[in-house]
Every structure is written in C-alpha cells, then in structure tokens.
Design a protein around this ligand. Sequence first.
Ligand code: ADP
Ligand code: ASP
Ligand code: MG
Length: 441
Amino acid sequence: MKVLKFGGTSVGSPERMKSVARLITNGERKIVVLSAMSGTTNKLVEITDYIKKRNVESAGAMIGHLRSMYKKHIPNLLTTDEAKKKCEEFFHEEFIKLQRLAGSEFDEKVEKAILAEGEMLSTHMLTYYLEEQGTRVRLVPALDYMRIDADGEPMLIPIYDYWSKLLAEDKQTEIFITQGFVCRNAQGDIDNLQRGGSDYTASLIGAALHLEEIQIWTDIDGMHNNDPRFVEGTRPVRQLHFEEAAELAYFGAKILHPTCIQPARYTGVPVRLLNTMQPEAPGTLINNVMKPGVIKAIAAKDNITAIKVVSSRMLLATGFLRRIFEIFERYKTSIDMVATSEVGVSLSIDNDSRLTPIVEELKKIGTVEVDQDMCIICVVGDLVRENKGFLGQITSAFSDVAIRMVSYGGSNHNVSFLVRKEDKQKALQSLSQTLFSQDNA
Ligand code: ADP
Ligand code: ASP
Ligand code: MG
C-alpha cells in the first residue's frame, strides 16, 4: 500500500481535482493526503492577520469572498443534485464556523482553527466527487490521529494505532482521503505541522505504517538540481539518497517540507516526487542508494541571521562554546551553521523571534555582531573527503560573491555558504554554471 500526497496546485481547481481522481482510481487500495487548494491557506493567514489587528470587518469580507469562490466550484465539480446539496451544506457550516471564529477574541487556538480550514474544504470536495463517481472512498479526519507532543514533535504511535485498526476493520474502501498539515497539539487543540506540512503528514503516515512508498505529487517533475524560481535551465535529479534529500529540504528546496524526509529515512520507506501535470515523467526517487562522487543539487534558505561572538578573555577556553550554545538552547532557537576561530565563533539561525534576549545574554560573554537578511547556499551530493577537488570547484563559483561563512565536514553530503540576500541569485546561477553545465545526465 502507498500513500500519495497532492499539493495545492494539484487540487487547485475542480478540473485539477478531477485529474487527481483519475490518477488515484486504479483499483489499488491507498491513502491520499491533500493540501488546501492553492492560495487558500495564504488567504486564511490574511484573515487571521486582520483578526489579530481587530479588523473584524476586513476579516469578514475576506471570508465572504472565499465563500463565493468555493461556491462557484460546486457546479464545476459535481453533477448530481444530491452531491451538490451535500457540498453546499458542508460549505455553509464551515464558513459559518469561520465567521464565528473571526468574531471571537484572537488567540493561538483561533488562529490554528482557521488555518486548518483549507484542508477540510479540499478533502471534502474530492470525497464528494469520488462518491459521485461510485468510487469506494472514505474520508479519515486527520484530527483523529495526527498529534504533536509538547515540543511540537509529531507522534508516530497514534498514527500506527489508529490506521492499523481502521485498515483491519475496513476491507472495502479503495481510497482513504485525509487532510495534510492539520493535527492536534499536546492540549488537544487544533494545530498544524507548519507551512507546507502536508508533505510531512504523508511521510509520517508512510513511516508509521511502513508503507511501500510515499509519493509527493506536485507541479514539477521532481527535485531539480537548482531552484527553478531563480535559475534557468535546471533539470530534475532522478535519484537522491535520503540524506541528500533531507539536506536539500532543510536548506530551502521548497518542493519538500524541511523535515519531511526524516520519518522516511528512519524507516527506509522510499519517497517519490512526481508531477501531477505530467504523470508519466519519472520524477525523483529518494532512497538509501548513494551515487559515489556526484554533486546532485543546490538549494538556498532565506531569512538567515548571522551572529558573531568575539571573546575578550581567554579565547575559546573550555566552556566558551557550551556557554554560547546554552543560550540558544534556553531560547529554543536552533543553529544551522557554525564556524570557530581562535578569537570567537560565528553562527547562523533562521528563527530570529528571540534574537533580542539572545544577543543581550551573548553580550555578557563577548562582543556581539549581528547580520540580518543573509542566505544559506547549500550544495548537496556525495562530498566525502576522498573526493578530492570538489571544494575548489564549488568555491570557484563564488569568485564574484562575498562569503560570510562556510560550513563543511558536519555531514558527508553538504557544504554550505552564507551570503547576503542580494547575492543569492548570482551565487545560485554561478554554481549551476560551474557544476552542471557539462552534465547531461
Ligand atoms: P505543493 O503545493 O505541491 O506542495 P510547492 O509549491 O510546495 O508545491 O513545491 C513545488 C515548487 O517548489 C515548485 O513549483 C518549484 O517552484 C519549487 N522548488 C524550489 N526548489 C526546487 C527544486 N530544487 N526542485 C523542484 N522544485 C523546486
Ligand atoms: N496548506 C498548507 C500550506 O499552504 C499545507 C501544505 O500545502 O502543505 O502551507
Ligand atoms: Mg509544498
């Protein structure tokens, strides 16, 4: 059995939903995870922003606009009066719920409940369509099995328990449809797996149930060797090792949620990235196979802050690094890159929400310098020490770009460079030119 996840563009219109329906109805039993229709979660974020600013009127207007958009989809998706009525009634309930939430006092619970609505709408729509087509379909609420613990970490055991029982009891259903992204937190309230989190839902299900394959269906033919939004002429990479894919996802390849490869990697369930618009294209297979000596791809992660701490006393004396790292731990801020010298340490973070108290504390240890609006450029492949010369080749691409930090050696699969945001595109293009222009693989 496989789990297939379809992203926002893949379910972005009634026509696209019908294509998904054609792709998934082949008689094989499967679990299908859906995102919200493209643009919906962004609209829900805007609605929550209005509520936060106590602009109830604009929030209400935006909900009304969304409602009329969804209403227009009904006749384009469904044919029978019965199915249309069912869908209309469901939309009515959901949009009344949204209006009620918009009128309530803003807090995190309200925000998370609103953000979950996109996936509720899309999964019901596809279910109604498949029912109308006579497919044996069952909608499985993600809120019944997807949970995060007090540290925000997803829990595999409830997924396993819930789905094993369901699959054992229900032998009839061909397609189980469920919401990506949404979950419950340790308090039992509605929460989510962060933006782009539907990929994570699919990989958590695939890993918990040790399924045959996790398929991520999107709007491009697999992982490309560079970010197609910034570089022309990128090409799909046919195969990646779990470690390579995990590094690319974490360091900005938007096609995958940053941590969604981890569950697959731990359980060895292969992941396949496929294109809904071109289903016959081979896409990218992610598994345990490492092609020796090959540089696979480049990714970039934005909104990085670099922090340099220079110690005034005994430099890098025992405990210096520990004292610095403890401060970041206390403020639950993870560090991406680290570089040390005799006089101090430079590191980078992507979450600057606690920057002010962190800097205050660091100042007790040494002189602190902060650079915001930086970007990590990450080159991924089989970069083991034995592959001589690759570092020289990679750095030659930066001849025209100022590098603030370099990190190599932490893993065999990644070398990362910290550059200013305005140099990102130049660096990505130059790397593609240097590393892939001869490569016709
Ligand atoms: P979905 O809505 O299906 O989850 P996303 O928009 O999250 O889709 O991810 C697909 C997009 O990721 C592509 O359209 C592409 O613009 C972007 N992207 C960024 N880096 C890469 C890459 N290295 N390979 C492929 N796509 C990438
Ligand atoms: N709908 C959510 C988002 O837009 C989750 C996802 O699409 O994966 O972030
Ligand atoms: Mg996505």
